[in-house]
Structure formats: structure tokens, C-alpha cells
Design a protein around this ligand. Sequence first.
Ligand code: MTE
Ligand code: MO
Length: 437
Amino acid sequence: MISIEKSDGASEEEYDRRRRAQWLSGEARADGVARRDMLRLLAAAGAVSGIAGGASALGAPRAQAATGTAATATAAAAGIVKPLPADRFTIRGTNAETKFEALAGTPFHTPASHFFVRNHTATPSLDATTWRLRVWGDGLKDGKAHEFTLADLKRLPSTSRTAFVECAGNGRSFFTSQQGQSASGTAWTLGAIGNARWRGVRLSEVLRRAGVSRHAVDVMPRGLDAEYVTDDGTNLGKVRRPLPLAKALDDVILAYEMNGAPLPPDHGYPVRVLVPAWVGIASIKWVGDIEVSSKPLYSPWNTLFYRLFGEHYPPEGSAPLTHQTVKSAFELPWNAGIEAAATHHLTGRSWSATGAIARVDISTDGGTTWHRARLKDTPHRATWTRWTTPWHPRTPGPTTLLARATDTTGRTQPEATAHNAQGYLFDAVVRHAVTVV
Ligand SMILES: Nc1nc2c(c(=O)[nH]1)N[C@H]1C(S)=C(S)[C@@H](COP(=O)(O)O)O[C@H]1N2
Ligand SMILES: [Mo]
């Protein structure tokens, strides 16, 4: 039997320290990336703390102007298959951000037509009839690779779960527009999140059938999309990120349905990993294989990226990011014009990875006075909760709307988020500018 260690924050950090030491002493592999490259890249990553656009020196996706205002989509995002109408999406390089105002009136589960897309390269075209999931590695009892077809996975007991997928960089542009700090990476506002009903098979079920040994410590799902080459020409290989076995056996799903339909191509067809509550990068799309290892595994996605670097963090960065944070957004365009002397029903959504939303406080006067919003959904962890609040503005002119969520663990959105070079996990209250007309 496998003993499942509960994945609380402290043991994850301890675990990471141990695996890091093993890696540095040559006991663990960083698959596909030479150790000296990794050391060089890590050194560069450590050096960027607080420097404007500094992370582009290590070949991170180049910093885009973080203006905090939604640019109008003029071109399609290369590599995304579904339509991206300009009233629903803002194109950011190979990615498409959902406009929060376009979610007004949409259901609790985000339709695929409105769900943000984060692609390192491009959506691949895969044939579900020839697709196979290969589970392999020295963490399996017999050491042999096991293959599963889509039909095999569908024959196993299925499970359904509602969870958001949210990019670790969601809200990144507010480090610049609200806090005057730079951060490298896609300049998302708040729309790098979607909430869906996922159906599939538990990863634990598949790992059990493949025969996980007592010595397994990490599993690394890998996507079938193209290899990711940074701006400076470093090929980081296929998108992949290790998960500690404890998390893999806990609540991770190999999803083949989204909102009751086969996964759309852009969201991982035919099968994606779904890691509830964790940073979006953990939820590998178009999964083709999963390595099960008796040694800690590394990839650029848990060493160079998706750690916190900068003045508040050690040179090698924080432990790899796991949980997302708490955020709120109004379903309104930036600088919306709002009619004076009429009653409006402001709507929005709040979400947390650590607990259910307990309350949402709203200010319509730039933070001077606050009142509670009415929650429209039964709050759950790792999903969002829609809310509404009436507003009867009297005086024309500019004002700032704020929404501040608190979850059942007592975690509240702060006024500011400690800076990190790559702009991850922004959780501060966003100041949403509107004009009463
Ligand atoms: N294979 C693969 N998986 C991937 C990615 C990718 O580019 N390739 N992007 C990751 C990131 S950074 C995020 S935030 C989520 C986005 O999921 P979505 O495009 O379905 O919204 O997928 C993750 N899984
Ligand atoms: Mo992401």
C-alpha cells in the first residue's frame, strides 16, 4: 500500500528543500535540460529581482507593456482554434484573456466559448483514436511502460468536479498599474481564469493500475504540444511540470470532458490533467505521458518559472508554486460609463484556492465606505462565487470600485501584494476605475 502524506504547505516546502538538494548533488534529473543550463538559468532568474523587465534576460516570455487597460483585439491569436470575438477576449501573444464584462450573464460554469486560453506554443491537432497515455518510469513496480487508450480511460470509474483553472500570472498587470512595479510575462488583467465542470478518471486510479511502487516520489505529466523555445532561443522541451505523489494521489483528475462535452481542442483534447486549486501550469493539457519517478523530478516549470523570485525571496526563488490565491473581479469594462441617478446591480465574482468565499465587501467610493455583496452561489473552495450589489450613484465624475473577498480560512485580499519578478499570485484588491455620467 502507498502511504499518502497530506500535502500541507510545510511538508511541501520541506519536500522541495530535500528534492532540490538531491538535484544539486546530481541524484535527480532535470529531464531534457542540462544541469549546467539550469544552473545558468537559475542564476539569471535570481539576478532579476525588482529590475524592470529583467526576466527577459533569462529568456522568459518577454515583458509586455503592463498598462492595466484591455487592448482591443485586432488579430487572432496564432495557434488557438476556437473563435475569439473581440467583445469576449483580449489577445495576448499566443494567449486569449477572457473579458470579465463578457462573463456577465454567463452561468457558474464558464462556457468553452468564453474560457481563457493559455498556450505556450499552439493548440495541437490530435486524433483521439490513436492517442495513448503512456505511464512509465522507475517509480512503477514492474518498471515497464503502461499504455491507456481513451476508451481504456473511459472504462474506468469516472469522477466529476467543478474547479477553476487560473494562470499563476492572472492579475499580473496590476503589479505595474497599481503598485508601480514591473513584472515579466503576459500582462493579464483578471481574466486568466475560467471555472468548469470536469469529468474524467482519477489520476490515482490510473497510477494504481500502472502499479506505483513504494519508492515513487514524483509524477511528471507532459504535453503533446510543440517544444517551447524561449525568446533567447533556449529550447525548454515539451511543457511539463512534476507533481509530488501526495498531490497526484489526492484529487487530480485526467479529464476528458469539460461542461459535459469532450474537451475542446484548445483546452487539452483529448485528455488534460486537472489539478484543483493549484496554479494553471499544473493542469497539463494534451497529456501524452506521465513519468513516475523514484527520484525528485525537475523541469523549467518548477525551477525557472512558477516560483517567486525577487527582493523578498531567496536567490533560488521560493518553493515551486502550488495553490492559487484569493481574487475578485467586477463584470464591467475598465472605465465603464455608469448612469447617475439610477439603480444599478453591479455583478462580479470572487474565488479562493484555500477556502470557500465567506464574504465579499464592496466599496463604490474608492475604499472609504464598504458594504457586503449578496452571494449568488453556494461557495466552495477552488471555484468562484458570483455576487451582486445595488448601487445608486448620485454625483457624476470618476470613481473607483473595489471588491475584497475573504475566505473561510480567514484569508482576505490585501491592499498590496509583495512583488515578485515574474508577477505571480497577485491577490491585492483591484481598483476598478469607472465614470458616473
Ligand atoms: N501542454 C500544455 N499544457 C498547459 C499549457 C501549455 O501551454 N501546454 N499551459 C498551462 C498554463 S500556463 C495554464 S494557465 C493552463 C491554461 O489552461 P486553458 O488554456 O485550458 O485555460 O494550461 C496549462 N497547461
Ligand atoms: Mo499559466
